[in-house]
Write a protein of this length. Sequence first.
Length: 62
Amino acid sequence: MILRPLVMALTVFGLMACSPTVKIEPSDKPIVINLNVKIDQEVRVRLDKDVEDLIANNPDLF
């Protein structure tokens, strides 16, 4: 009779001891972010020239 509650209590305590833990620790190494960015300004220059030509050819446009 006493053995059954004792086994159940040990089982419950055993399962509680196996609960997962989460640890958040900062990294020892610095964070490195590599950004390979290519900025192409040629498109904007062409567009500006096209707009200037369009306005010069059509002065009544605006």
